[in-house]
Design a protein around this ligand. Structure first.
Ligand code: PLP
Length: 452
């Protein structure tokens, strides 16, 4: 930090404050974690200075021999960690991984066959009229993914997102009564819509998915099954999700982030079958810019960490802690979407406290409990104010929290929310954003959480 301070002291200061904040608060954001010192240090090296567009052994720049080493080791760890036929570790983030996967599936299933039907070996030979036809056929494909308010991600075909614009999209939800995935309803929708790509995976669904059933549905309609395991990759790596709950043996393509439950550097990666590997391997430069070699190096370190028995213990504890947190909420009378959890996420419906998600999120932050508001299925408050708070256990489990600590976390959260009232705007009308926190609650909660 002294080196940074000698150039731009404000950045050194903000960095120091970020460390202090992350240490002082209860980090319950389901997509965050604490990467190890080895992972963090690997990101701050000279690999940051290197350009390496292309793929291993086939670069558009000279002098990439060390990047080749790093990328090969990261890909090898990823393949072995997840039992995948092929791994691509270049995507800069989860969204980049999804875009690369979409393009690869289009390239493999639409562009390739189109070119071979047209008898074209080299794309430079295409006439303008042929380009028009190719564009039209690429742009006329269908994607079916889980809706945002059921727990899916923006990139799973949410209309305003690029994924909802580049495809004809359709979305499946969850059962309105139970909040659970309804595979029969999904199957019926898939049969009617006939997607090229069926996307499974989530950002805010507190349950496991049966990927064998997902693959059956995909096969019945001729779809490619793409699983986005960004959130639960750590639970797959740590062998908490096995058998039909492990997407890798069932999906054609699996995308992920490396920084959530997997506890690596910020980034993405893709696993694929041999069949899809050649088109995924062309992700850079067809979709992605030059790889972040320093981050690929840090992914290799994180994957190596995730291959240890310690990481398996950690992953199991993440899932056990989510159960403890859910039970802690339920025994204190709170309402949970789906009534509980069997992954790392707990989705609390805060409407019974008379609050919107936005008010609850702000009140909790005042008390040092960092979360994010989240829609609940068919949310009456929409995607901005919402009616839910999403909690995740990966970060605090990294800090060593267990059952008792998570029971205390549930107690603190319920204490804050029961002592918060919805506020009004300047004109005195009800507001979905403002709130009034009861006297002394923030101090009480901050003091108790500092002791944990
Ligand atoms: N996929 C899922 C399921 C996610 O939850 C997220 C992030 O929250 C992403 C993709 C995007 O990841 P990133 O922020 O690294 O682009």
């Amino acid at each position: 930090l002294e080196v940074i301070a000698s150039v731009e002291p404000r950045i050194a200061d903000a960095t120091r404050k970020e460390l202090a904040d992350q240490r002082a608060s209860l980090k319950l954001i389901a997509s965050e974690n604490y990467a190890s010192p080895a992972v963090l240090m690997t990101m701050g090296t000279w690999f940051s200075d290197k350009y390496a567009e292309g793929t291993i052994g086939h670069r558009f720049y000279a002098g990439c021999q060390n990047v080749d080493t790093v990328e090969s080791i990261a890909a090898e760890h990823a393949r072995e960690l997840f039992g995948a036929e092929y791994a691509y570790v270049q995507p800069h983030s989860g969204i980049d991984a999804n875009l690369t996967a979409y393009w690869s599936i289009l390239a493999h299933r639409v562009e390739g066959p189109w070119l071979s039907d047209a008898g074209v070996k080299n794309m430079n030979d295409l006439s303008e009229a042929d380009w028009e036809k190719l564009r039209a056929s690429l742009g006329n494909q269908r994607l079916l993914g889980m809706s945002l308010d059921a727990g899916g991600h923006l990139t799973h075909g949410f209309r305003p997102n690029i994924s909802g614009k580049m495809f004809h999209q359709n979305q499946y939800g969850t059962d309105p009564e139970t909040g659970l995935l309804d595979y029969d309803a999904l199957r019926a929708k898939a049969k009617e819509f006939k997607p090229l790509i069926l996307v499974a995976g989530y950002s805010a669904y507190p349950r496991r998915i049966n990927f064998a059933t997902m693959r059956e549905i995909a096969d019945e309609v001729g779809a490619t099954l793409m699983v986005d395991m960004a959130h639960f990759a750590g639970l797959v790596a740590g062998k908490v999700f096995t058998g039909e709950e492990n997407p890798v043996p069932y999906a054609h393509v699996v995308t992920s982030t490396s920084h959530k439950s997997l506890r690596g550097p910020r980034g993405g990666f893709i696993l694929a079958t041999e069949e899809y590997a050649p088109s995924v391997d062309r992700g850079c430069p067809m979709v992605l810019g030059g790889p972040l070699s320093h981050v690929m190096a840090a992914k290799a370190v994180a994957f190596a960490e995730a291959r240890t028995p310690e990481f398996q213990g950690y992953a199991q504890q993440v899932a056990d802690n989510a159960k403890s947190l859910a039970e802690g909420f339920l025994t204190r009378g709170a309402k949970l979407v789906t009534g509980g959890t069997d992954n790392h996420i707990v989705l609390l419906d805060v409407s019974s406290f008379g609050l919107t998600g936005r008010q609850a999120e702000s009140a909790l932050l005042d008390a040092g409990v960092v979360t994010n508001r989240n829609s609940v299925p068919s949310d009456p408050n929409g995607a901005w104010y919402t009616s839910g708070i999403r909690f995740g256990t990966p970060a605090l489990t990294s800090r060593g929290f267990g059952h008792d600590e998570f029971d205390t976390v549930a107690d603190l959260v319920v204490d804050v929310l029961s002592n918060t009232e919805a506020g009004t705007n300047k004109a005195g009308a009800p507001s979905k954003a403002t709130y009034v926190l009861g006297d002394g609650v923030a101090d009480r909660v901050t003091k108790q959480s500092a002791e944990m």
